[in-house]
Design a protein around this ligand. Structure first.
Ligand SMILES: *Cc1c(COP(=O)(O)O)cnc(C)c1O
Length: 464
């Protein structure tokens, strides 16, 4: 295959993509494929001789789409969304065409500078203070790991990176049980240990109790531990819970701890000023992560980390071996020094395309609709006999259940085998609950209101 062929096939692929998207509503949202079915259709060995693209493309069409769960399906209400506005897909095609490795300013000046400008656009769009700068990661997991590594090194006076952790004081991190498992993973990978991630009690609204945090830090200090940082959440994955940011940051700062706020999902909604109350006080955070690849419409993967001061993170993650020395270092940003991997994709391009093609007003109106429709669907489910709303909508996420766990679980299986909508579960206070999040970019009010209709039908209820 040469580049002329690539141009022809790219047109075929674009036509295929248009038809795929146009036909999504006719497909079950979740793949109905049994485990092993796809692998069984592939030869066990790579071909020795080149195969024609015609055959490869035909196999793609025959094997892949039916064995995929369709994240761009307008009735995808599972997990959190992974939206991909068409403009962001186009930007990915262009980034793919150049296939640059954007580790240094010198290896990709435009990628570096567009990344810096996009961080500024997003900072303003989210209403954050002017002092924040930042970078783009592949995922919130990596951004949180970067922040936790920074907490570790800062607490150890940057001795861990060189000397290792053996013989060092036992570090402690603090978060509520509503934070994402990526925080537990970061504690593991950073060598701090999951047992040293102290889960602080929450209040009636499932926010971390700042007084309990204060007591836990004091107790750890008295016991000879070294507190390193606090991870706060805005819009947790289970039920969308948020910590009381201002009060919790105040406690952390009083103890001199580094702070990281995980707003991976809910951060996108902060482009709407009326929702910003859930992160009041955010400007005092050291680090904030949010995923434009979730609700903002920027194709996966694209996770933005804002930093009040990049210096501690760059000191933690940055290395300058001889072979990466470049002219002008010091006047330009080499973003590999801000992130865990050295190699970097040109992710800023899809942010630039998406924000321009949709406009902030376009994204805001989508998010506002999602929040309003989630409330409407929640009210309709509350009216179904036997259904209970377990947690009310936080932005566009709520949970419901039937009276006992086994029935709820059986209902969820029926919903997803049916395929018209896709919902997933979590456990809340020991109870099996079904999550509904409204956030898919192409969903309409009718798609959202199909949730109560499908539930009523599958539960054998005549809608009131
Ligand atoms: C989705 C999510 C994450 C993980 O995001 P990745 O980008 O997939 O690593 C972390 N925290 C919260 C609150 C999330 O919603």
């Amino acid at each position: 295959m040469n580049h002329d062929d690539l141009a022809d096939w790219s047109k075929r692929a674009a036509d295929w993509a248009r038809d795929y998207h146009a036909g999504l509503r006719d497909r079950p949202v979740r793949a109905a494929t049994p485990p092993g079915a796809t692998a069984a259709r592939l030869p066990a060995h790579a071909p020795e001789r080149p195969e024609p693209m015609e055959a490869i493309f035909a196999d793609f069409q025959a094997i892949v789409p039916d064995a995929m769960t369709h994240w761009q399906h307008p009735r995808f209400f599972a997990y959190f969304p992974a939206n991909a506005a068409p403009a962001s897909m186009l930007a990915e095609q262009l980034a793919n065409a150049m296939a640059a490795q954007c580790m240094l300013w010198q290896t990709a000046p435009a990628a570096t500078e567009i990344e810096e400008v996009m961080i500024g656009w997003l900072r303003q769009a989210l209403g954050l203070a002017d002092h924040f700068t930042g970078t783009i990661h592949d995922s919130a997991t990596t951004a949180t790991l970067s922040a936790v590594l920074t907490m570790r090194e800062r607490a150890l006076g940057w001795a861990g990176n060189t000397g290792g952790l053996s013989g060092q004081p036992r570090l402690r991190l603090y978060a509520s049980a509503q934070t994402h498992s990526s925080v537990d993973k970061a504690a593991r990978i950073a060598g701090i240990g999951q047992d040293n991630l102290v889960k602080i009690a929450t209040d009636d609204a499932f926010a971390m109790d700042p007084a309990a945090l204060d007591r836990a830090i004091a107790a750890d200090l008295a016991a000879g531990y070294r507190p390193a940082g606090v991870i706060l959440c805005v819009g947790g994955t289970g039920i969308g819970a948020s910590d009381r940011i201002a009060e919790t940051l105040e406690v952390a700062k009083r103890h001199g701890l580094y702070t990281h706020v995980d707003a991976a999902w809910a951060g996108s909604a902060m482009i709407c000023p009326e929702f910003r109350g859930i992160w009041d006080g955010i400007d005092d955070a050291d680090s904030i992560v949010f995923n434009p690849h979730k609700w903002l419409g920027v194709q996966f993967d694209c996770s933005v980390q804002f930093l009040a001061d990049p210096a501690p993170q760059v000191r933690t993650l940055g290395l300058r071996p001889d072979y990466l020395e470049t002219l002008g270092q010091g006047q330009v940003t080499d973003f590999n020094e801000w992130t865990v991997p050295l190699g970097r994709r040109f992710r800023a391009l899809k942010l630039w395309f998406t924000l321009r093609a949709e406009g902030l007003e376009g994204v805001r109106s989508r998010i506002r609709n999602h929040v309003a429709w989630a409330q409407e669907a929640c009210d309709a489910i509350a009216a179904l006999p036997g259904f209970q709303i377990v947690t009310a909508p936080r932005l566009s996420l709520f949970t419901f259940a039937l009276t006992d766990d086994a029935e709820t679980e059986a209902l969820l299986r029926r919903i997803n085998d049916d395929g018209r909508i896709y919902l997933t579960q979590t456990r809340h206070q020991g109870r099996f609950v079904i999550r509904v999040q409204v956030g898919q970019f192409d969903c309409t009010r009718e798609d959202v209101m199909s949730i109560p209709a499908v539930l009523a039908e599958l539960a054998g209820i005549t809608p009131p």
